[in-house]
Design a protein around this ligand. Sequence first.
Ligand code: SAM
Length: 255
Amino acid sequence: TSFGFRSVPEDLKESLVKNVFDSVAAKYDLMNDATSFGVHRLWKDTFVSSLRPGRKGPMKCIDVAGGTGDIALRILDYAKDNHYDRETTVEVVDINAQMLKEGYRRFKRTMYHNTPQISFHEANAQNLGSEKFKDNTYDLYTIAFGIRNCTSIPDVLKEAYRVLKPGATFACLEFSRVNNPLLSTLYDQYSFSVIPVLGTVLAGDSASYQYLVESIRKFPPQPEFAQMIRDAGFVTGKDIDGGAWTDLWGGIASI
Ligand code: SAM
């Protein structure tokens, strides 16, 4: 099967991405559930529990491209439920004010609202700004389904490295490459025919979802991305024994 795309010029990508998430912010969570049959929730649970936040005491976390706060909420809940930790903090950072607003609204219904445990900040992952986000600050940097939307992955990784303390953890959850040919064909059919239709029906916006599908195809496969992470200065496990990444659902997503 082949698909034709007019790809987006890099200089337009940032404003386009901003528009995409502006137009879907309010329906973002619904669309996530619909397009993934709720599986994104399981992946996010697996992601956060694999990091075991709070196990060595309270952590200072930054969740970049954090959107409506799905990962932040799981980090705080995990630390509370497993380690009676109510001191871990998460700073949610996103380039899009609408997504952050939606997140803030959501947290109003939680016990974390109006506590130092959660805060929302508008900034670009590629340049967080060293005034506000200082060097060697965080114990954990998370980015879930966000890095593929950024114009320069190396810039994001460089910033992550800068703000993390030595010995701290960078963790990314992202759509990745499916290796099984049968699963890969089914997944292609699903992405290119079903997702844009769901986008139209549920969010009134097929173009944005078409873009999301395209961005997944363009994202580097697991070994290439692992190498980019190492190039930024991080140490990973080996590629072969699963130390550098863990595939979820045959590589549809990967940690
Ligand atoms: N992490 C959340 C989750 O898993 O539900 C949100 C993921 S959403 C698919 C991607 C988010 O990345 C959007 O909220 C978007 O605004 C944000 N984003 C895109 N480019 C960004 C950039 N350069 N810097 C910071 N955030 C960015």
